[in-house]
Design a binder for this molecule. Sequence first.
Ligand code: PBG
Length: 351
Amino acid sequence: MTDRPTPATAVSPARTLASNRASLSQFPAVRLRRRRSSDWMRRLVQENHLQVSDLIWPIFVQEENGRTPVPSLPGVDRIGPDLWVEVASQAQALGIPAIALFPVVPAHRKTHACEEAWRADNLVCQAMRSIRAGVNGLGLIADVALDPYNATGQDGLLSESGEVLNDETLEALIKQSLAQADAGAHILAPSDMMDGRIAVIRAALDEAGHSSVALMSYAAKFASAFYGPFRDAVGSSGALLGDKKTYQLNPANVREAELEAQYDIEEGADMLIVKPGLPYLDILQRISATSPIPVYAYQVSGEYAMLKAAAAQGWLDEQATVSETLMAFKRAGADGIWSYAALDLARSMKG
Ligand code: PBG
């Protein structure tokens, strides 16, 4: 520090900030640590809060009774028909507002035309009906995309040359959406990333008398390597031919993600999803800052698996890191969070 007067033209950034806020006092009068000095004080000044009502719990449903663990998703089981109502009731009793169902479709039901996706009595429709009949006050979300039913593991129908067809896929997604709405889904979550899907699904639902079924669109879904354990869980990893880069977003793009969100809003989406979560907090922040409708973060399977794996080694504190990452979503502007840890977290919040 020198005594020389600073020339008016050479104002430091720090000086600019201070002079823009004329009344900002300085140390030692100001001590920001005062507001961190005790637990009650920290709670009093806390800016964001994570609540059970923020959580959406994705579960995998299987045809066989009982539970089957998913090795790459420790703590996550595929759930059989004898346990559907029990498991859904646990979530409801803890105050989780909604669960999302993903079917584990046996290989012999997977075809190139994906007809199983709209069979009225398919696995996910059965699970939906039985949970609707057995549990009150719990939102049910169904995924709209063809990958669990597709012999190729792709989210859309393929041409002879292996190209994922947009408009033909829309017809299939409409049929799948109607079957799931008929089975009692409250919210449909299109995760397929075809162009124009929100508009055509909305129109078809309304025409069929399902105007109360909401659409939570995976607006910004990136072609991510973090979906691996999910594909193991639903049994599509082995089946997947190629990648999903012709429809899911390029992880390098921001503007394009904002555009996807804008179109889905215009097409009639009720809510949006940004996915994956933690590696895409910038996208979440930008979309939630301007979206007129609620925006949800999806902490995907690979994010969950990383935390679980490190915790199993004793390298990270599982509960603390899970809570911290979910708080990061709230801080970035999420109205809610999809997480495989939702049930455990809801339990620890209750306890
Ligand atoms: C399928 C779908 C995927 C996920 C949700 N719906 C996988 C994919 O696009 O390949 C990923 C969820 C996760 O990784 O937790 N349309």
